[in-house]
Design a protein around this ligand. Structure first.
Ligand SMILES: O=C(O)[C@@H](CO)OP(=O)(O)O
Length: 259
């Protein structure tokens, strides 16, 4: 029997989604379209009568901004927003900033798919010589984490995302859901995929086929033990959602840059 509703949301489109670059821990803000997606998502949730008690975000601006826009559109700005690095996007290591289509042209589409969607393949780590290394690690938000800065990841597989996310899920989020609060997690494509894998028991192989579009709320109905009682529901116009999923998948195709 459904006891709890949990909502997962991948933030609205960011500037680097548009440029087709691996964004990861670089703190890009939402694009104009991303702002509209988040507002649209809030309007949809409001129209369907949902109410949140608590929102969790990563410490990347695009996920926080999305949560704010959703709550504003719902007229629920007062709802507490709690942030943790453990909900951050997957750390893409040395791939950060690179263009996916260019990478596909050089390394092949299959390799890019493995980097993007496999469960346990870890890209090469980010080194100090990387153009975004200091922008990331000198950012004072990373002084606020529950681990010393030196222990923060330099790259991650999806499995490693799940490893750092699960303690936060079990210790912080689960007790709130079990106490009856309706929770929205406004995070990222891969932190949401990792959590979905855990909740739905998706196999290591099958998770490669799961892609989440930006700005589309995913509704999970859970039993008292937080096991899903029915398939996840992506809320909104289903044709548009399928088109948005295809767009994300096609980002890994070797089309000429700029096309
Ligand atoms: O750029 C990233 O960090 C993610 C999306 O947020 O990319 P991908 O879809 O390739 O996993």
């Amino acid at each position: 029997m459904s006891q709890h509703k949990l909502f997962l949301l991948r933030h609205g489109e960011g500037a680097w989604n548009k440029e087709n670059r691996f964004c990861s821990w670089v703190d890009q803000r939402l694009s104009e379209d991303g702002v509209k997606e988040a507002q649209e998502c809030g309007r949809l949730l409001k129209a369907q009568g949902y109410r949140f008690d608590l929102v969790y975000t990563s410490i990347l601006s695009r996920s926080v901004q999305t949560a704010w826009l959703v709550l504003e559109a719902m007229g629920q700005e007062w709802v507490p927003v709690v942030k943790s690095w453990r909900l951050n996007e997957r750390h893409y290591g040395a791939l950060i900033g690179l263009n996916r289509a260019e990478m596909a042209a050089i390394h092949g589409e299959e390799q890019v798919k493995v980097w993007r969607r496999s469960y346990d393949v870890t890209p090469p780590p980010i080194e100090e010589s990387h153009p975004y290394y200091f922008e990331i690690y000198n950012d004072r938000r990373y002084n606020t984490c529950d681990v010393p800065k030196e222990s923060l990841p330099r790259t991650e597989s999806l499995k490693e995302v799940l490893d750092r996310l699960l303690p936060y899920w079990h210790n912080v989020i689960v007790p709130e859901i079990k106490s009856g609060r309706t929770v929205l997690i406004s995070a990222h494509g891969n932190s949401c995929r990792a959590l979905l894998k855990h909740l739905e028991g998706i196999s290591d192989a099958d998770i490669a086929g799961v892609t989440l579009p930006t700005g589309i709320p995913v509704l999970l109905e859970l039993d008292a033990d937080l096991k899903p009682v029915k398939p996840r529901e992506l809320l909104g116009d289903q044709a548009k959602i399928q088109a948005a999923i295809k767009k994300v998948e096609d980002q890994g195709k070797a089309t000429p840059a700029g096309k």
